[in-house]
Structures are given as C-alpha cells and as structure tokens.
Design a protein around this ligand. Structure first.
Ligand SMILES: Cc1ncc(COP(=O)(O)O)c(C=O)c1O
Length: 318
C-alpha cells in the first residue's frame, strides 16, 4: 500500500501512521463497518471523483441497513474527501470511506459503541492488474455461495460481508485463477468477489438481477446505461452457470477492477479466447466516461478544485 500524508478521521486530518483504533473496537471483532470504494481520476478538466454522490448515498443506505447513525452527512464526507485529496496532493486516487463501530462495548446490541468515520485516499492501480483490462482474466466458479439475503444483507457494502468474498477470492487464487465468480444461494450466477458480472449472449448483454444477491454496483449501473445508449439490449435476468461457458463474451465491472474482460471460465475459453467486440466497445465508452472524455456523462464527475502546481508524486512516500 502506498502511504500518503493524511487520513481524515472523525472530522480531523491526522498523519497516516496515527490513524489508529483501539484493539477492542467493535468493528474489529464483529465486522460492524460499512464502507465504499471510490476512484478519483485525472481528467483534462482536473481531478474528478466518479459518481461520488452515488457512492455516498450507498454508504448511507448500507449504514441504515445495519442501524448505524452516521455522525456526518454525505455532504460533509464529500467535502472532507475533496480536502483530503488536495492536502495529500492526489490528482488520482482510490478513496476508502469507512464507518465502523468503535470502542465502547463488545455486546452484540451495540448502541454504546460509537460510530467512527474515516476517509483514506491513496494511489492504487487497477485491482486485477493493468494488463487485465486489455488481455482479460481467467475466472473460476467458486465453491462458496454468495451470502444469502436470508442470513445477511447482500445489498449492504458491509465489512463483515467480505469474509465471504475473501474465501472465494482465496480459493480461486490458490487454484491459479485471477478471480472467483460466486453463485447465489439458488445456484444462479451472482457476481465476482468484488465485481458485478455481464455476459454477451446472442448479441444481447445480460446481467444478474437484484434478487440474485448482487451488490448494486455503481459501475454496473453506469455500464447498463452506457450499453443502452450505444444501442445494445441489456437484460437483467437470472443466469444459469452453464451460460457462463456458452457466452460469447463475459466481463466484470467494479470500482477497484474497472471494466475487465473475462477470457476463460473454469478452463472454458470464451469466444476465441480474446476480449470480445461488444466488451471492447462498451469498455472504451466507459473509460471515456471515467476520464471526462464523454460529454454526455460529465454529470457523473465530481470535480475537485486542486491548487495549480500540486504534484502527487512529490507528496507520496511508499
Ligand atoms: C462484492 C462486490 N460486488 C460488486 C462490486 C462492484 O460495485 P461498484 O461498481 O459500486 O464498485 C463490488 C465493489 O465495490 C463488490 O465488492
């Protein structure tokens, strides 16, 4: 992890090394945290946070689902994030807001454990590797099913839920694959360990629906809109496991990974084993949107006012 100077914690900017928490913090023991993964991109018009308001709205909803009262509004967190980027001299970054139950009680009915809020921002390249975006990745259907809505809340981006993703990711990595694809409790296709999934079948784009226990991905929403704007039919429906192998193309979307083609699943090559045409078409427009090159999606960008002369490299120490 590349360190930068400051992390915002509970309303203050603290030095990176001092942004610590008590070992008896509730969130550390039980995973009682909600968080976001957001990216800021350097565009021709300056640094811009992609769909910042949508991410913060999802943070608020995740908090609500776990009965957290966030001590800061979305707008306060947004302003703090802008200032954090400026003070760290970051013109592009991965941004991680987290609200977790802190120190005060270890009981499961945790109203006495305060909600601590942090925002960190730091350089982080494409999660599945820069080359994954062109060459595609190899994926494996996990033996672990995605958390079920009967026992937890797939819609919330909650810290504890990620134990499930970590099991799947670890299994796929240990078996020599780049990423895991999880099925839902019914056995239908759900998503990657940290990404939503799309298939191309007979020229149509298909993606699992909300009832398949997906996280309601912000990039999923963006890609659905972009693909429809490009003239493709996008269908949200249940997807059988075998359809993964029969698909002409498959790709994943997520903030950390961005849009990544899948070239092989469970050792079945997809199409001719190379990223497909429709994937490449949607990916190109999606990247235009991220980098502010698509006028029609400029409203998705939250521009950060950065004093001129701020140079990220000079501020970053690893
Ligand atoms: C489990 C899971 N599904 C899907 C996604 C994609 O969501 P988004 O596009 O909002 O980053 C993520 C990443 O946040 C994730 O962790």
């Amino acid at each position: 992890m590349e360190q930068v100077d400051l992390i915002w914690k509970n309303g203050e900017f603290v030095p990176w090394e001092q942004a610590q928490t008590h070992v008896l913090s509730h969130g550390l023991h039980y995973g009682t945290g909600v968080f976001e993964g957001i990216r800021c991109y350097e565009t021709e018009r300056g640094p811009a946070v992609f769909r910042h308001a949508d991410h913060l709205a999802r943070l608020e909803k995740s908090a609500e689902l776990y009965y957290f009262e966030l001590p800061y509004s979305a707008e306060e967190i947004r302003q703090a994030t802008h200032e954090l980027l400026v003070r760290n001299g970051l013109r592009s970054a991965y941004i991680r807001p987290l609200a977790y139950r802190g120190y005060g009680s270890l009981g499961l009915y945790a109203k006495d454990a305060p909600i601590d809020v942090i925002v960190a921002a730091f350089p982080w390249g494409a999660y599945l590797g820069e080359e994954s975006k062109n060459g595609g990745i190899r994926a494996k259907v996990s033996s672990w099913r995605r958390i079920s809505p009967g026992g937890s809340i797939p819609h919330a981006k909650a810290s504890g839920s990620y134990l499930n993703s970590i099991l799947a990711k670890t299994e796929s990595h240990n078996a020599g694959y780049d990423e895991a694809i999880l099925l839902d409790e019914r056995g239908f296709v759900c998503e990657g360990s940290g990404e939503n999934i799309f298939l191309v079948r007979d020229g149509e784009i298909v993606t699992p629906p909300h009832v398949a226990s997906i996280l309601d991905g912000i990039n999923r929403k963006s890609v659905i809109q972009i693909a429809r704007d490009l003239g493709y039919t996008v269908v949200e429906r249940d997807v059988a496991r075998a359809e993964l192998y029969l698909a002409e193309e498959v790709f994943l979307t997520g903030t950390a990974a961005e849009l990544v083609p899948v070239r092989e699943i469970d050792d079945h090559p997809l199409g001719d084993g190379k990223p497909g045409e429709i994937t490449a078409h949607v990916q190109a427009k999606f990247e235009d949107a991220l980098y502010g090159r698509a006028e029609e999606y400029l409203e998705w960008l939250d521009f950060v006012e950065m004093p001129s002369g701020v140079d990220a490299a000079s501020k970053v120490s690893s």
